[in-house]
Design a binder for this molecule. Structure first.
Ligand code: GAR
Length: 217
């Protein structure tokens, strides 16, 4: 199977990037054309370099506004001609223009069971809300922040004695499973967003996000 060219955007540790790199080294049919970070010291850049993946740094502080940063970012992404763009811990709010440009070909991972806990500090907020179940979601990126149609989710229990760190670690393990899986479906041509912004998987419109336990291979 031909490998799908992808670009991955990060801001931090890049453990989700690592999960994609590891899967691509096995049987995930993607080629990571570049890893782009807005943070020059993001550890994920080191992971990319180690895997011989081209890296690019675009510091948002060097731009007068969001629009000019995003315009340059889009040009940079497009220079690698990806068919799919992954946000993997990319901690920037994107402008509507950029999001529209990648409509149907940009995915994000969010550390909560969306639509719960959009935005930041999701683990702390889940603890404060005393939910019993928490998790992570992969969704298509649309103009609504953390509001795009969800493809797949994985849940974890919230355990007595959890703090934000222990909970985050439990969620992260699941993130590393669901992101490569969603990317696989996309690369295999089984996953898309239709003109009504509905997720289509294996020819069927999803009525609800796939839950990892019931996910097709
Ligand atoms: C992950 O938990 C991801 O879900 C989250 O940032 C972390 C990045 O970790 N993303 C967001 O909060 C997006 N709003 P990583 O750099 O180790 O992949």
């Amino acid at each position: 199977m031909p490998r799908l060219p992808i670009v991955v955007l990060i801001s931090g540790s890049g453990s989700n990037l690592q999960a994609i790199i590891d899967a691509a080294n096995k049987d995930l049919p993607v080629e990571i054309k570049a890893v782009i970070s807005n943070q020059p010291d993001a550890y994920g850049l080191e992971r990319a370099r180690r895997a011989d993946i081209p890296v690019a740094i675009l510091e948002h502080q060097q731009f007068p506004d969001r629009e000019s940063f995003d315009a340059t970012l889009a040009d940079l992404i497009d220079s690698y001609q990806p068919q799919l763009v992954l946000l993997a811990g990319f901690m920037r709010i994107l402008t509507p223009g950029l999001v529209r440009h990648y409509h149907g070909r940009m995915l994000n991972i969010h550390p909560s069971l969306l639509p719960d806990f959009q935005g930041l500090h999701t683990h702390q907020r889940a603890l404060e809300a005393e939910v019993q179940k928490h998790g992570a979601s992969i969704h298509f990126v649309t103009e609504e922040l953390d509001g795009g149609p969800v493809i797949i989710q994985a849940s974890v229990p919230v355990l007595p004695g959890d703090d934000a760190e222990t909970l985050a670690a439990r969620v992260l393990e699941k993130e590393h499973v669901i992101y490569p899986l969603a990317v696989r479906w996309f690369a295999q041509g089984r996953l898309s967003l239709n003109e009504r912004d509905q997720v289509v998987l294996d020819g069927k419109i999803l009525a609800a996000p796939v839950q990892l336990e019931q996910a097709p291979a």
